[in-house]
Design a protein around this ligand. Structure first.
Ligand code: HEM
Length: 156
């Protein structure tokens, strides 16, 4: 707990605690990161599972993966920064803990999805295997659940 409490004393946390304006921009950047991440990963997953058809994976795949990667990095950095504003309070918030658990599963699923040649082959031949489709379905469920858990934080 002492380590978590100490997180609330770093200059970035003190800045957000003192300036509502800076807090506003960091919170907005967190939402931008989430929007980019889900705005890229959900269409790609829907295409991989076969709900969306047509757009060639070789064209949309690399573009959406890069956009999702940028969104994820922005959401992680701004999310951690927001966390340090009230670290002990968030650490005791069940919605926040659920969200962290879902994020860990979603990131593990990304690692599994990109492990081996399956994902690259799916983009190359436009025929995702059953493993890649299952990974995309899990990704859809996990990122949507993380979104809901993130919004739930403010209601607990
Ligand atoms: C990468 C995927 C992430 C998603 C999809 C996500 C989702 C969300 C959502 C939907 C909100 C509510 C935004 C609002 O209405 O203001 C939120 C707020 C927040 N998130 Fe994240 N988040 C992510 C990563 C993180 C990480 C890694 C952390 C911390 C380690 C974090 C910490 C927070 C905090 C502290 C808030 C403010 C909660 C509040 O006081 O209302 N987020 N997040």
């Amino acid at each position: 707990m002492a380590v978590i409490e100490a997180l609330g004393q770093w200059p970035g946390a003190l800045l957000l605690q003192r300036s509502g304006t800076v807090y506003l921009f960091v919170n907005a950047a967190h939402i931008l990161g989430i929007g980019l991440l889900l705005g890229a990963i959900l269409p790609l997953d829907l295409r991989l599972v076969g709900v969306i058809r047509g757009a060639p994976l070789a064209v949309i795949g690399p573009f959406l993966v890069r956009a999702a990667g940028f969104g994820l990095a922005l959401a992680l950095v701004t999310g951690f920064w927001l966390f340090t504003v009230k670290p002990t309070e968030y650490a005791a918030n069940p919605a926040f803990l659920y969200k962290l658990g879902l994020l860990a599963l979603a990131l593990g699923n990304i690692a599994l999805q990109h492990h081996g040649a399956g994902f690259r082959e799916a983009l190359a031949d436009d025929r995702p295997s059953a493993r890649i489709r299952a990974g995309a379905a899990a990704s859809l469920a996990l990122w949507l659940a993380a979104l809901v858990a993130g919004r739930w934080i403010g209601f607990v």
